[in-house]
Write a protein that binds this ligand. Structure first.
Ligand code: AP5
Ligand code: MG
Ligand code: ZN
Length: 215
């Protein structure tokens, strides 16, 4: 099964994608994570996108479509979870074509609805394990033992994102409403849209996603 998790910054796309990977054996394709990996690898492309990302603006369609095409070539038996991609209508069209060229289809698009005040609270309290990528929150998801990752046991490797500040978040939200939210109508018209309430406990949201996907 191939699905998209669609939602504004802080909606919980990464958090829920990690759950689906662990429980359903799917592969998460997060363009945000792929771009951050390019940055830390010191590649020329990584250097080119750094300032754009820190500001909260969108990287060019060409770059992110290229990243996704590369990953799709590797294949995934359990299917893909697209997290943070597509973000523009051009990216949505490109994804449809890439999947079709491999004889694959998109099965569902889960729109995670979270109001803006909750997004700000989630983003400003977020931190991640630098070793395995597990996401945490100062209030909503603290590690069981302070400073130690629940998932991989790494110590002292927690980090915060450069774009998780109020100013960049405002830009990310604007870009979401302007460029990405038209995808809601695009996928509704294709009969693929499944809307869920993204507010509530992480477990509750996970259960809602499984319900709309018939898992
Ligand atoms: P990206 O990394 O995709 O960032 P984003 O879309 O802004 O989304 P986030 O990762 O911030 O939020 P999330 O929904 O994953 O939330 P999370 O699960 O972490 O993109 C970053 C940048 O890269 C973009 O700005 C752009 O520059 C570039 N880029 C990426 N893709 C691109 C594309 N396709 N085209 C062009 N440019 C692109 O949760 C957030 C926090 O809330 C966590 O702390 C978590 O623990 C907590 N939380 C989660 N669920 C709950 C819950 N139910 N209750 C309470 N807390 C919760
Ligand atoms: Mg994310
Ligand atoms: Zn970890």
């Amino acid at each position: 099964m191939n699905i998209i998790l669609l939602g504004p910054p802080g909606a919980g796309k990464g958090t829920q994608a990690h759950r689906l990977v662990a429980e359903q054996g799917m592969i998460q394709l997060s363009t945000g994570d792929l771009l951050r990996a390019a940055r830390s690898s010191g590649s020329e492309m990584g250097a080119r996108v750094a300032a754009v990302m820190d500001r909260g603006d969108l990287v060019t369609d060409e770059i992110v479509i290229g990243l996704i095409a590369e990953q799709l070539d590797k294949g995934a038996a359990g299917g893909f979870i697209f997290d943070g991609f597509p973000r523009t209508l051009a990216q949505a069209d490109a994804l449809g074509e890439l999947l079709a060229s491999k004889g694959e289809v998109l099965d569902a698009v889960v729109e995670m609805r979270v109001d803006d005040d909750a997004l700000v609270e989630r983003i400003t309290g977020r931190f991640t394990c630098g070793d395995c990528g597990e996401g945490y929150h100062d209030t909503f998801k603290k590690p069981a033992k302070e400073g130690v990752c629940d998932n991989c046991g790494a110590t002292g490797s927690f980090k915060r994102r450069a774009d998780d500040n109020e100013e960049s978040l405002r830009t990310r939200l604007l870009n979401y409403y302007r460029d990405t939210s038209p995808l809601i109508g695009y996928y509704y018209a294709k009969g693929l849209l499944r809307r869920i309430d993204g507010l509530g406990e992480i477990d509750e949201v996970a259960a809602r996603i499984k319900t709309v996907l018939n898992l």
